[in-house]
Each structure stands twice: as C-alpha cells, then as structure tokens.
Ligand binder design. Sequence first.
Ligand code: BG6
Length: 368
Amino acid sequence: VKDGFDTFMEKEIHEQPKAVADTLLGRHDEDGNLVLDELRVDESVLRTVDKIIVVACGTAAYAGHVTKYAVEHWCRIPVEVELAHEFRYRDPVVDVRTLVVAISQSGETMDTLMAIRHAREQGAKVLAIVNTHGSTIARESDAVLYTHAGPEVAVASTKAFLSQITACYLLGLYLSQLRGYKYPDEVAGYLDELGRLPEKIQQVLDAEGHVKDVARAMKDTDAVLFLGRHVGYPVALEGALKLKELAYIHAEGFAAGELKHGPIALIEPGRDVFVIVPTPRRPLLHNKVVSNIQEIRARGARTLVIAEEGDDSIDQWAEVIFRVPRTPTLMMPLVTVVPLQIFACALAAAKGLDVDQPRNLAKSVTVE
Ligand code: BG6
C-alpha cells in the first residue's frame, strides 16, 4: 500500500509530480485554451463576477492564499482569502456577483461546509475545488473543479496542497480567458510553465537526501521560524504548519517584510530560521529578502535558505541552502514547499513520531 515507503506521507510527497500532472490533464486544448466544461456554472456568471472569496481551513487555506497573488494579477478581480470559520460568523459582504471558492481535500470539513451554505444563502455562487468525488462540499456547491491528487491518507496534507494550487491556477487562467486577457502572452506562457512543474518537482524530490540529513541533525530544536515574501509568505505559513503538525515543534511563519515590525525580537544566536527566497529575476522582491537574511545572520541565527539554482547572492549568508529549479515567481510555491514537507516529515520520523497520524489531529474535521 505504501509503495515501498515507510509512511503514507513519504509516498504522497513522492506522488506530487503525478498529482500536479493529473490535475492538469485534459483541461486545455492543443492551442493552450482552457477547457473546463465540467464547471456547471453559466459562463455569463463567471464573466460578471466582481469579487472572489476563497474559504478553506488549514493547508487548503494556504493554497487559497497562494492563489490570490496569481488570480488578482491575471484577472484583475479582487480575491479575499478567509478561514471558513471566520467567514461564517462575521457579516461578510457577499452578493450575486461574488464567487465563493471553497477549497477542501476531503470535501467534508464542517467549517468549510457551513461557510458555503452561508454564502449561498446570501446569493453568492459557490465553486468547490475538492479532491474527493461526491463529497458533501462537492454536492452542495454550484460548480466543482476536482483536483486529481488521488486518495490522501496521511493526516498532514501534501499532494492535495499542490493539486489545489494547480486547480486554482487553472481556474484563474480560465477566468482570464473568459473575461478577456489582461496579459495574453503571459497567460499562455503560464499554462506551459504549469506543464513543466511535474519534472521540476521531481528534481526537488531527487535532492531529498540533503534535506533529510539536515532535518535529522535538527531533531532537538525546539522552535523554528519561517519567512517568505509574496507567494513565499503562504509557503512559510505552510512550512510552519507542517512542522507543528508532524514534529510538535513550535513553528511560526511570517511575511518577511514583517520581520522588523516584531518577529526580529525572536532572532538570537542559535535560532533556526527558514527563508524562502524569490527568484533573482524579480530583483525588487529578491533584494529585500536577501537583506532580511543578512539581518537574521547578523544577529547570530542559523539561516536555512530555499533558493533558486544559480542564485549565489545568498551563499555567504546561508548556513544551509536547499536548491529549487528556476521557476517563474507565481509557480515557485509548487517547488519551494517540497523541501519544507520533506524536512518536517524527516524530523518527525527522527523523533520517532507517528508521521501519518500525528497526535490530536484528524484527517477530516467533521464538527464545527
Ligand atoms: C485539517 C487537516 O484538520 O483539515 C489538514 O488536518 C487540512 O491537513 C484541513 O488541511 C482542511 O481539510 P480539507 O479536507 O477541507 O482540505
């Protein structure tokens, strides 16, 4: 069942190239046009949507957070991302021109289900991005775009996360196609780039030995910080969540720009800090994160840096470097999160913990 892996989680981490490839399969024609006939929502509705609200919990919410950067850029529609349980119990501004996108691996998360019921009562259309066919959230939504990650058994989500981002990106490109592209060339290019991701993810997996060695050597650490900027920010949040869930280590993710507004007080000699570095081809983003690394290093902390191949600007500041292939900024989360998953999994295993069934957690939380 585990295909030779010790745990389901390792198996699922290694299935990620396939999860992304399968989610892309059959959803565009040879000319690069998105074909999402499976969405049963009227095209006129999608053309007139003036706001998108993503509702989800846990890892699925971070997939939504990543999506905001891409969809706002491609479609010029404001995208809000809300934890489903917070959305449900405030008084959100939702009407017939709002598209609520519910993201859920299981399709059974009660918080997310209650949020979509509330949204539909207010007249919003609900589109679900769900992995489990026939699940309650799929049935109660106006439209469904299935992720094709295959069954995910480990409680901590990995391949579902990558396939959720992929499906959300397909939706974003589709909306852009329907509504008249703002950046036509860029959008066609992104579809190509999505197609190249399975191979790039595989390259990151092929280098897992280094990540595992670093993780094993850190098994006694008691706190780890994660910093990222732009799409690296939700990746930092997800890296911290994985480490909490699996290894029971206090881990916190921050937006790198926020460092000087508070978290820098936590930086001290010996502190372990992961930093996700944007591609140097986006110098405005890149330079700011490199300065953060210098500030952290100057205060004696250990920096574990995830950076693109060939980016040597960080070499002298990083204690440890995990390399990812050259990837456009918006696609980077699909490669940069992978070392963080492997790290959390290997560290938890080194502590002798149950990686597939961490304490106190359930795969699908069916109570509010
Ligand atoms: C949590 C799971 O309780 O629910 C997480 O432990 C998951 O791994 C979250 O991300 C949301 O679940 P779902 O099924 O709605 O994606």
